[in-house]
Write a new protein. Structure first.
Length: 186
């Protein structure tokens, strides 16, 4: 084993990271950030928008990790998707509660990283307003990292971010009518 060097930035800065695009891997990428942060003993809060109806392994996976990462699924599943029975107003109410929760987490000063999973979709579906997301970005504590995931990221959010990745679909098993698989898809 080589000697391990631990880099320390000369100047610490809280980044705004956007992970968007129509390919698979946005939420898993954000969860990867949480795993990495755990190694640095950093405190992470993950708020998932429009989730809560379909079990995902990360809900328990995070609890099993010996870390300062919390994950809070909110909502009642994907608004507008076939088979989702809840009206838009109910999805909006849930997403509005999630925004308030995100503000509380951010203002508590208790977290080094705040991850808002699927917030881009929530904005696209008008469950939250652009002004609300921009306000979170503006009020972000200088050292806290903010990660925003989901398809169709708004141009103004992309503009405000430091790092933006667009995950493009080259292939997805879904196209071959392969069902979502645990560990990979949820
Ligand atoms: P993951 O949660 O696997 O990282 P994601 O966050 O990039 O995926 P979402 O748009 O949140 O993608 O979709 C969540 C679910 O839909 C996942 O089970 C994922 O495998 C699946 N999915 C992602 N991209 C596609 C696609 N292009 N076509 C069909 N299903 C997809
Ligand atoms: Mg996702």
């Amino acid at each position: 084993m080589p000697e391990i060097t631990r880099l320390v930035p000369k100047e610490k800065k809280g980044l705004i990271v956007v992970i968007t695009g129509n390919g698979k891997g946005k939420t898993t990428s954000a969860l990867g950030i949480a795993v990495r942060a755990c190694g640095h003993d950093m405190r992470v809060s993950i708020i998932q928008f429009m989730k809560g109806d379909l079990y995902a392994g990360e809900w328990d996976g995070i609890k099993k990790m010996d870390c300062k990462v919390e994950l809070i699924p909110t909502g009642k599943g994907f608004c507008g998707i076939q088979g989702n029975p809840y009206p838009h107003e109910e999805h909006r109410k849930n997403a509005q509660d999630a925004i308030q929760l995100a503000c509380q987490k951010m203002e508590s000063g208790r977290f080094d990283i705040l991850i808002l999973d699927e917030i881009n979709n929530a904005l696209k579906l008008r469950l939250v307003d652009l002004e609300q997301v921009l306000e979170i970005i503006q009020r972000k504590p200088p050292l806290m990292h903010l990660v925003l995931t989901g398809r169709d990221a708004h141009p103004e959010i992309i503009e405000s971010a430091d790092t933006v990745s667009e995950i493009n679909e080259i292939k997805h098993a879904y196209r071959k009518e392969i069902e979502p698989q645990p560990g990979i898809d949820y």
